[in-house]
Design a protein around this ligand. Structure first.
Ligand code: BDR
Length: 320
């Protein structure tokens, strides 16, 4: 039976393909999508999310959440990676549906509190909405089967040497979420440089199915991603022609964690460091691991993905 889930996003190019995977997956039943300020401002995020949902062929309510970080807004968004509109200028029809009147935080709290069984939660943007929901109603923690987050990095960051964008954009919120006791899985940047990518040939199969709205959009997103990556002069870390959308990997991990290599660690979020603000400090010590913080819950960290199984999951879901 499909698992009920709420997805929190800051739609962006990789959020868009991630939403398309979640919405087309028979494993997930997306009850609602909540939007947060992040890759671009909240208004653009909401507009993009509404347009992307309509390209999925499914109808799911979209809610607007936080307009800024909890304490200090990061001094940059991610528009150089996603384009100033957040979707790389890809022309899409204006949405037919509107954003819901209920605030995202109220929707999150209400939905978890009313759930008969613990549910899934996926966050693919900064953790502001998640932190606010936890502060508003801490009892939601007991209603969460697993929170899967695209967040952080083990070896390095992307926005700063040690800070990944979703954590850097709101480290105080990230800290509240990482400090909570609910079961968590973190999908950091690291597996994107290993098996967490889609080959050029995988992308061509998706593009060839452009009669399906979601494949058509995903194909365009891959094209634009190649252009933007080229413009930024980024070097190809995995194989030539591959794409590694971070949020897509997070949704794939939420759908089927068995195709991921996972290790468990205590993780702390650095909120004040001069050079390390937004860093996820992962306790990977060989001997004293966990000793300083007895009882602190470990986070399941995705270290790597089985590339072929990951690609099959995406292809089978979209081409079905
Ligand atoms: C994350 O930051 C954003 O730019 C992407 O949407 C993804 O969630 C990667 O660091």
């Amino acid at each position: 039976m499909a698992r009920n889930v709420i997805i929190d996003c800051d739609t962006g190019l990789d959020d868009a393909v991630a939403l398309l995977l979640a919405l087309r997956s028979s494993e997930l039943n997306v009850l609602g999508i909540t939007c947060v300020n992040g890759n671009v401002g909240l208004d653009k995020v909401v507009y993009n999310t509404l347009r992307v949902v309509e390209q999925s062929g499914k109808q799911v309510p979209v809610y607007a959440g936080a307009t800024s970080a909890l304490m200090v807004d990061a001094d940059e968004n991610a528009s150089k990676v996603h384009g100033s509109d957040g979707l790389g200028g890809i022309p899409l029809p204006a949405p037919k549906h509107s954003v819901e009147n209920e605030h995202a935080i109220d929707f999150i709290v209400r939905t978890f509190m009313e759930a008969k069984e613990p549910m899934d939660w996926i966050t693919i943007g900064p953790l502001t909405n998640a932190a606010l929901a936890l502060r508003k109603e801490p009892r939601i923690e007991e209603k969460i089967r697993l929170l899967t987050m695209m967040a952080g990095g083990l070896d390095s960051g992307n926005t700063r040497p040690m800070a990944e964008f979703n954590v850097f954009a709101d480290p105080d919120a990230a800290r509240i979420v990482f400090d909570s006791a609910m079961p968590k899985m973190m999908v950091p940047l690291d597996p994107l440089f290993l098996g967490g990518y889609l080959k050029w040939s995988d992308q061509q199969k998706i593009k060839a199915a452009s009669d399906k709205l979601w494949c058509n959009l995903a194909g365009k997103i891959f094209d634009v991603t190649h252009e933007l990556v080229h413009k930024m002069g980024r070097k190809q870390v995995t194989e030539e022609g591959a794409v590694s959308p971070p949020d897509l990997l997070a949704v794939a991990a939420a759908i089927d964690p068995s195709i991921m290599e996972i290790e468990n660690y205590q993780i702390h979020v650095e909120t004040r460091g001069e050079f390390t603000r937004g860093m996820t400090v992962v306790d990977r010590r060989k001997y004293q691991r966990g000793e300083a913080y007895p009882g602190r819950k470990e986070v399941a960290v995705v270290i790597d993905a089985d590339q072929q199984k990951y690609a099959s999951l995406v292809l089978n879901t979209w081409l079905a």
